[in-house]
Design a protein around this ligand. Structure first.
Ligand SMILES: [Cu+2]
Length: 286
């Protein structure tokens, strides 16, 4: 493309210089018309058609199904977070939120959906963006080639906190990925310290379980993110806060300040000690 651009640039500049130097009347009207038709219509049509074909060619590979047996991950864009479901060959899927791990060098197929409005799934370092449209399942296939942590974002304005809807993708060696997936599949470990126990009791007593699931406890809500291993995530609140007890306290007590318009009520009315216990309990869910 750079080569082609240089050739066209030189041709245009040469013509411009020629136009300045030519004496008036040195070209017939017929010649001038050929130049306008050729340079103004035919050449651009050929060049732009070639560029269009070149630009569209890689798209079918991105949208085609990944090879049989590759990893399939359903991602649902919600207001304003990401529901992630690993559809592993076993019957039981692995559910989490706002974080995706991938084995390096292996093809993966994302199935993108949305229950509410149009979102757009975009991991700039790994692949093109694809819209998540209510009532449809769009596909995106890619093969990550580099180990590392990459940020993803919603690329379609979807409401008040559209800009606070991010996620992280961790690309790692297959062995590390398998260990991670096994841990994510497991149910939550019971709380071990008195403070964490108090946190769990508070979680179950205050209705958090109506919206959140913590597998291995009676909490089985599906309105909000699955919190079974929330303590293992790189961030909380869809990429906006660090995974630290202090951030959990802030999120639980002043949810709407952390994320305007959020579909979770703030629980600032709970006793401070309860909120701190909740934070310690959740942060410990590795
Ligand atoms: Cu969105």
């Amino acid at each position: 493309m750079t080569g082609g651009a240089i050739v066209i640039w030189i041709a245009v500049i040469a013509l411009a210089i020629h136009a300045f130097r030519a004496r008036p009347g040195s070209h017939s009207g017929r010649h001038a018309n050929y130049l306008i038709l050729g340079g103004g219509a035919i050449v651009p049509t050929i060049v732009l058609t070639a560029l269009l074909i070149y630009g569209l060619a890689p798209i079918p590979a991105l949208l085609a199904p990944a090879p049989e047996g590759s990893l399939k991950i359903a991602v649902s864009g919600e207001q304003w977070w990401w529901r992630v479901r690993y559809e592993t060959s076993d019957a039981d899927a692995v559910v989490l939120a706002n974080e995706i791990h991938l084995p390096v060098g292996e093809p993966v197929e994302f199935r993108l959906e949305s229950p509410d409005v149009i979102h757009s799934f975009w991991i700039p370092a790994l692949g093109g963006k694809v819209d998540m449209i209510p009532g449809r399942v769009n596909r995106l296939s890619l093969t990550p080639t580099k180990i590392g942590v990459f940020r993803g974002a919603c690329a379609e304005y979807c409401g008040t906190s559209h800009a606070l809807m991010s996620f992280y993708v961790r690309v790692e060696e297959k062995a590390a990925f398998d260990r991670w997936l096994m841990r994510q599949r497991a149910t939550a470990l019971p709380p071990s310290t008195p403070l964490a126990k108090r946190g769990q009791a508070s979680f179950l007593a205050n209705g958090c379980g109506a919206c959140h699931a913590i597998r291995g406890t009676p909490a089985d809500g599906v309105v909000g993110p699955d919190l079974t291993h929330v303590g293992s995530r790189l961030s909380i609140g869809a990429g906006i806060l660090p995974n630290k007890p202090k951030a959990f306290v802030h999120w639980i007590a002043r949810t709407d300040q952390a994320k305007p318009g959020v579909l979770m009520p703030a629980f600032g009315m709970l006793p401070k000690a309860d909120i701190e216990a909740l934070a310690v309990y959740l942060e410990g869910l590795r």
